[in-house]
Design a protein around this ligand. Structure first.
Ligand code: ADP
Ligand code: MG
Length: 324
């Protein structure tokens, strides 16, 4: 059953334009000129209960705008949306209890206070019973490994710790639908991995429906079978991620650190050299040769560290467009 239904959704922002100088100010005072930005342009999709869907696309594609509309934070210009039978922008209290919008770059935690104070505030807002609050808080704090940080002022936490505390604050009312906007932005590798595990766990333990935006391929690859790709406000793909990666990302990038200086020439046998500066290099390798080339590299060269990376999502999307 579809728990989220979006039909012909469009959002146009109107931004007041001002001409330069005093004359411009006066002119725009009497004749305000507007520029119209079509951030979301006639999109439709459905999401089933319990799905974990990646919503991806380049900067400015319309991801955040869409999630904000689905969360009831913005009015659309036109189109129909239903989320768990509610119309989000009517902001019914019952709807608010069902959903959470969490943005990596925005925070709801009080900067000078311990995170725990914000959790208590949210407990009141969402009318969470004492018993449930205690139980959820201990589950979330344990899963995210921040139990001993709850009484530390938020401003003293690291970015990764703060992001975890943000999640707890957003999940104290145990919403069944999550809109996560760039939840791993700025996090280091370990914090990213913790976040992946947590999101996956929340999805499987509670059967929660999750829509997640990201421009890190890693997030989406680890978490989502299905992706919806948006570009310039339009949906350009909706389907299995595996299919696009197979079809469009023919290469992976091997990143190498050397124990001593090597010559660039030596690397050419293994793949296309993307960057090189004596002690480290990145080479591009065909996907189906990665295992073979990795073992040759390790055997032949003084390598101290090696990692295999996906091409950036922007690249896959670019390939996607040149091929279609
Ligand atoms: N409040 C706003 N006022 C005017 N334009 C906006 C506003 N928010 C976003 N936009 C514009 O709408 C487009 C889509 O933005 P956004 O939804 O934030 O994209 P994404 O999250 O995919 O990067 C961009 O061109 C952006 O500049
Ligand atoms: Mg965004």
């Amino acid at each position: 059953m579809s728990i989220i239904q979006v039909k012909n959704l469009t959002k146009v922002y109107s931004v007041a334009q001002k001409q330069p100088g005093i004359v411009g100010t006066l002119k725009s005072f009497f004749h305000r000129q507007y520029k119209h930005i079509r951030a979301v342009d006639d999109i439709s999709f459905k999401i089933n209960e319990g799905e974990l869907v990646g919503f991806i696309g380049p900067n400015g594609a319309g991801k955040t705008t869409t999630l904000k509309i689905l969360s009831g934070l913005l009015y659309p210009t036109s189109g129909q949306v239903s989320v768990d039978t509610y119309i989000p922008w009517q902001r019914k209290p019952q709807f608010q209890k069902e959903i959470a919008f969490v943005a990596g770059q925005k925070n709801q935690l009080w900067w000078d206070l311990p995170a725990y104070e914000t959790f208590l505030l949210n407990k009141e807002i969402y009318e969470v019973p004492d018993h449930d609050f205690k139980e959820r808080l201990s589950y979330l704090a344990k899963m995210l490994d921040i139990a001993d940080l709850l009484n530390t002022p938020v401003k003293k936490l690291s970015l990764g710790q703060r992001m975890k505390a943000e999640l707890v604050a957003a999940l104290v009312h145990e919403p069944s639908i999550l809109f996560l906007d760039e939840p791993t932005i700025g996090l280091d590798i370990i914090a990213q991995k913790n976040m992946h595990d947590f999101i996956k766990g929340y999805n499987s333990k509670f059967g929660a429906t999750i829509m997640l935006t990201s421009h890190y391929m890693g997030d989406v690859e680890k978490l989502c079978d299905r992706v919806i790709i948006i570009n310039k406000g339009k949906i350009v793909y909706d389907g299995k991620l595996a299919q696009i990666v197979d079809r469009f990302a023919k290469h992976k990038v091997i990143s190498l650190d050397f124990g001593k200086k090597i010559e660039r020439e030596k690397l050419k046998d293994y793949g296309k050299v993307l960057t090189f500066d004596l002690l480290n290099a990145k080479i591009e390798v065909e996907r189906n040769k990665v295992a073979d080339i990795t073992s040759r590299l390790l055997k032949d060269l003084p390598i101290v560290d090696l990692s295999i990376e996906e091409p950036p999502i922007e690249e896959i999307i670019r390939l996607f467009f040149t091929k279609e």
